[in-house]
Design a protein around this ligand. Structure first.
Ligand SMILES: [Fe+2]
Length: 293
């Protein structure tokens, strides 16, 4: 396949055209795609027409898929596809997850082995809103003052799924039962340690690996010291739009990104009956680590 690659943001996004995701990728093309993905950890393949099974097949070529734990919202045609949507059925029930990713995060950093790559296929975009925002955390780390680097290199932060343990986030009132769910997770899930500076397993580059959504503390540090330090780090992360990219979706976009070196967030800004529907697959990652460069 002779596809075309074009950088669309210096924050690490590239667009691929003349590519058919339904066709099995040959070894040469896969090697080229993986090289592109190392340089641009946000890739958008335009103009795709993927059934759930075709999307799952495309995704599996990048590695083993994660099992989706919210089976209510898995696609009936392929259980590896999770539906993100604000659509409602005639009885008022929700078709997919409504408020997925409404705060900055790296996918499933609250797990021992966080997600590697996330893939979203845009089936239907709303007339307005629905953007996805990204921050390149290689770039944010590189620009971090040495004094701050020295305080976090080799240290672990504490990540947790429960929103009710995290004063930096709120629970959406649109999602029925969410407050009770997050309350129940406070004790049901154990806190997970993650390196604050993460060495990328493929590129070897260092990246900040914290997020407002999942990072709730720093291991071995009192909150009196840890919370202001996290505030400083988050302020730094959001201080420069040069590290940020906002994806404005077109129907048929297949966008995938590398969770080891990015934070992302769903921008919202649309309301039912203006509908947004995405099909998501996630590719397994590996335990995060820090290795001195
Ligand atoms: Fe996410």
């Amino acid at each position: 396949m002779s596809f075309t690659v074009k950088e669309i943001s210096p924050a690490g996004a590239a667009e691929i055209t003349n590519f058919d995701g339904r066709v099995r990728i040959n070894d040469e093309d896969m090697a080229r795609l993986r090289d592109v993905f190392q340089a641009s950890p946000i890739l958008c393949i335009r103009d795709q027409t993927l059934t759930p099974t075709e999307q799952a097949n495309f995704s599996r070529q990048w590695g083993p898929l994660e099992k989706q734990d919210r089976s209510t919202f898995c696609h009936p045609d392929d259980a590896d596809i999770l539906i993100l949507s604000n659509e409602r059925r005639a009885d008022g029930s929700q078709v997919g997850i409504v408020d997925a990713g409404d705060f900055w995060h790296s996918d499933s950093s609250h797990l021992e082995e966080p997600c590697g790559i996330t893939m979203l296929f845009a089936v239907k975009n709303p007339d307005k809103g629905g953007d996805t925002h990204f921050i390149n955390l290689y770039q944010a780390y590189d620009a971090l003052p040495e004094s701050l680097k020295a305080r976090i290199v080799g240290r672990n932060a504490v990540h947790h799924i429960s929103k009710t343990l995290n004063p930096r986030v709120t629970v959406s009132s649109e999602r029925l039962g969410a407050a009770e769910y997050y309350k129940s997770q406070e004790k049901a899930k154990k806190p997970i340690s993650q390196p604050m500076v993460r060495t990328h397993p493929v590129t070897g580059r260092q990246a900040l690996y914290i997020s407002p959504r999942f990072t709730i503390g720093i291991e071995g540090m009192d909150d009196a010291e840890a919370q202001p330090l996290l505030d400083d780090l988050f302020r730094h992360m959001f201080s420069n739009t040069a590290w940020q990219y906002t994806h404005k979706w077109k129907d048929g976009d297949l966008v995938f990104w590398d969770n080891a070196c990015l934070n992302h967030m769903a921008g919202g800004g649309y309301e039912y009956p203006d509908t947004r529907r995405m099909h998501r697959t996630t590719i397994a990652g590996q335990k995060a680590f820090y290795r001195a460069s």
